[in-house]
Design a protein around this ligand. Structure first.
Ligand code: OOG
Ligand code: NI
Length: 484
């Protein structure tokens, strides 16, 4: 089965790539290695802690490998090329993030694996932003476009290997290794800028994100984020070591059942840059864009759960900003409204779950109970399940209350626009930005055109996975309870 082999191969390439990126970033940003050490220590301490046990087992085994990165691109052509590179590793565009909500001149998507199996093999993801050139005034736009046109972000050897992958629908082992070596170079830091100091300054004065995107020879990775099991503990330990963290942890508060994504970051040191100048004394400078970030992941929410999350967060932000010392208290207070047990999240249809069959319970059932189960299963539309449907939902509740099915939340694999905006802002401070009118602003459709494919809807992916898991559990239950 070539398809299956190929799939497995893509997971392996991603795994190698993720490791190579981490090694490169360790060498480039030493603080990242210190961060990894603290994260690994906390994860080791907590891996068997009772409060972690409602998180999926498969998630735990992947935790020390898990990380996301972020890059910023200049043009739609660059996005097109990058999407081909990520496709070799089965990383597809998922979710659309419009960062103009925070006056940032970019919009974004995330390249990540989309199936449960592939995520379990290696969940490496990259948050990928693209400059909205239409926000620049004409003169600056032309100069920016000319600068960006000069660079080739993926080298010829890597492009050749991507072509080969697309043509043969796979790569042999040697070629996959070369692909990883070459692909990583796309994201490395270039000390040598491709612009003069004066143009750099001009870009910086408009917006420092713009300067970061346009001034260099490639889209350097600007952070790599490991996943930690207790982000509050990590925040404390980093602060103890004298590392200045952002004022707060972005996202929802600490809870018994973690939801979505909590993140915190710290600024990296500035890096040396040499600008394109004749006079070598003039050419030295510095640039600050790369940083460290940590994440804690929790349950994926349904559209209803997401709405409730947004509503509560808006209520919080209308009272205090994140730098306020009361922020944490108010956040915790307002989030009391959000149910905090797996069962209540299920009852209110706020989160997506994985359904595990409790096989030991089935053996102990008497004939009457087994008959009841058969009746319940007969009522399920097994060919077309949508567990949020009222009838399905009520029947499921009976099976859960009888302890036949166990709920484990599906891990949230994506990002949060408000948090992302906060992360951008905490690390790029200089310069403002003017808003463009909505009519001229590039859109999700423009991104899709560059990608030559549609952007996946993350909530649909969770729903599919949840339904798949339910169907499997019910079929098994049906089989086992009819066994004698
Ligand atoms: C990306 C910021 C978004 C996150 O974790 O939300 C992000 C960037 O700064 O380029 O990485
Ligand atoms: Ni990030």
């Amino acid at each position: 089965m070539p398809h299956q082999n190929n799939f497995h191969l893509q997971d392996l390439i991603r795994e190698k790539f993720s490791k190579a990126m981490s090694n490169m970033y360790k060498a480039e940003v030493p603080l990242y290695e210190d961060l990894l050490n603290i994260v690994n220590q906390i994860n080791e301490e907590l891996i068997n802690a009772p409060e972690i046990q409602n998180e999926s087992i498969s998630d735990l085994s992947r935790i020390n490998l898990e990380r996301h990165g972020a890059i910023r691109l200049g043009t739609h052509e660059e996005l097109h090329q990058i999407s081909r590179l990520f496709n070799v590793m089965a990383m597809k565009p998922v979710g659309y993030y419009d960062l103009s909500i925070a006056d940032l001149p970019v919009h974004s998507t995330v390249f990540r694996p989309i199936t449960r199996e592939s995520l379990a093999a290696n969940p490496f993801r990259v948050f990928c932003s693209v400059l909205r050139l239409e926000l620049l005034d004409q003169e600056l736009r032309i100069k920016t476009e000319q600068t960006l046109e000069q660079r080739q972000i993926i080298n010829d050897k890597c492009i050749e290997l991507i072509d080969k992958f697309e043509k043969d629908n796979g790569l042999n082992e040697d070629d996959s290794n070369s692909f990883v070596n070459e692909a990583v170079k796309t994201f490395k830091w270039h000390e040598e800028a491709q612009v003069s100091r004066s143009f750099y300054k001009e870009l910086l004065s408009v917006n420092s994100l713009l300067a970061d995107i346009v001034s260099f020879k490639g889209p350097h990775i600007n952070h790599l984020t490991p996943r930690v099991l207790d982000i509050d503990l990590l925040y404390e330990r980093m602060s103890e070591q004298g590392i200045k963290m952002t004022d707060t942890i972005q996202g929802p508060p600490r809870r018994k059942v973690p939801i979505l994504l909590r993140q915190t970051s710290f600024r990296a040191l500035s890096e040396n840059v040499s600008f394109k100048e004749e006079d070598s004394n003039e050419s030295k400078g510095s640039h600050r864009a790369r940083f460290g970030e940590i994440e804690k992941r929790g349950a994926a929410l349904t559209p209803k759960g997401f709405d409730l999350y947004k509503q509560i967060l808006e209520k919080v932000l209308s009272q205090v900003n994140q730098a306020d010392k009361n922020y944490k208290n108010i956040l915790e207070q307002e989030f009391k409204e959000f149910p905090d047990t797996s069962l209540s999240l299920f009852q209110k249809k706020l989160a997506y779950f994985d359904f595990e069959l409790n096989e030991s319970k089935i053996d102990k059932l008497d004939i009457e109970s087994k008959a009841k189960i058969s009746n319940i299963i007969n009522e399920f539309p097994l060919d077309k399940l949508a567990y949020a449907q009222d009838e399905t939902h009520q029947n499921l509740l009976k099976l859960i209350e009888a302890d036949l099915l166990t709920l484990k939340f599906l891990n949230y694999e994506d990002f949060l626009p408000v948090s992302a905006a906060g992360i951008f802002k905490s690390n790029i401070v200089e310069g403002g930005f003017t808003k463009a009118s909505e009519q001229t602003l590039s859109s999700k459709e423009d991104l899709e055109q560059s990608l030559s494919q549609s952007i996946y809807d993350p909530l649909k992916l969770y729903e599919e996975e949840s339904n798949k898991s339910l169907l499997k559990a019910l079929k098994n239950l049906d089989k086992l309870s009819n066994n004698d």
